[in-house]
Design a binder for this molecule. Sequence first.
Ligand code: IFM
Length: 440
Amino acid sequence: MQFPDDFLWGAATSSYQIEGAVNEDGRGETIWDVFCRTPGKVANGDTGDVACDHYHRYKDDVALMASLGLKAYRFSVAWSRIFPEGRGRVEPRGLDFYDRLVDELLAHRITPFLTLYHWDLPQALQDIGGWENRDTLSAFAAYADIVSRKLGDRVKHFATHNEPFVIAFLGNWWGMHAPGKQDLATALLVSHHLMVSHGMAIDALRANVPDGQHGIVLNFTPSYPSTLSHADRDAARLVDGFNNRWFINAILRGHYPPDMAQHFGAAMFEMHDGDQALMTRPIDFLGVNFYTRSVVRGGSGLFKEDYVKTDNEYTDIGWEVYPQALFDLLMRLKTEYHAPALYITENGSAWPDVVAADGQIYDEARERYLRAHLAACWRAIQEGVPLKGYFQWSLMDNFEWAEGYNKRFGMTYVDYATQQRTLKQSAHFYQRVIAANALP
Ligand code: IFM
């Protein structure tokens, strides 16, 4: 299975999950710093205070990427390193860190893919209402402006938000992510404000980096009915509207799915003049994060707990392994949505990795998962899907949000006591795939 010559093989991370150094170089507090300190919110009381210490070890980490043969690296910028209070005063030391990181990547011929917002909102903005307050939207546009002015001569791929679904609904409806609210109307308003702010940021990116590729990263969980009964299919359609259609329809079609708007009823927000034009700003690429699917039956609500368990394999975080759903999703994005260039911006799996007596990590399950999902990508490309690259989640084990350090998604094992990095067996496999530009 040979991949196109210019296919971009990459790995992804995010700022709060790997950087640590939370009190350095003037970084401001974020909603995740606060959430982690709130008792009962994160497993074992873990925090991102140290994480993978990437802030200090970025040179070694880039060397590790180079040793894998990676062609691209997807990372996010910590907004509060640039604007400690979220807006106003700029902290040059924060900008300098990303400046050095980008130079280091380019020196190793690794293409930087920069995400502006991967969930670490400056706490100062949360204090004025966070994503519920429209002032945060203009602060985000100003942040996009500064970052792209500083790095846009070298960074040519920018994504605005990572997984607005998770930001809006896990953070504001289900309460398991920062800021930990549990209110549907708040979550819906936040979801809309994320879309509008995306458009505002796209304008800044286009103005500053006209030769760049600008887009957004959405997570998709394709939903399948448990049986072909009407009740199961209706339930699957509803869950699909929530998990998949909500944001993609907003961006590519300019309106939220009417069936979902009806479902949410009185909790829905009002659109302002100009919102629709902003949320439908043309994008050059769509980032696709895919991990699993949902199987749904009649009477299921929108909550994960309602999904049906199958006989397939499940990962350590409880997600079904079902690579066919990735193929189906890519085909759907091509045929139903006429999507622009696509990148798999995240795909990966968590397993209870152990270090063997010989010091190696034999993560066969992760290698199997990777192989099957790459095969799905290859098949989609054969069918004409404009898939341009694949970023594995993640370059290394890291802070898995509410799960703390319990769940390991890395292709590199991180010993958190010593910060030693060890490539897992699946990383060696990925190295061979990249070298051959093909699935062996
Ligand atoms: O670790 C997260 C990442 O931050 C966003 N997408 C899903 C990953 C695994 O849960």
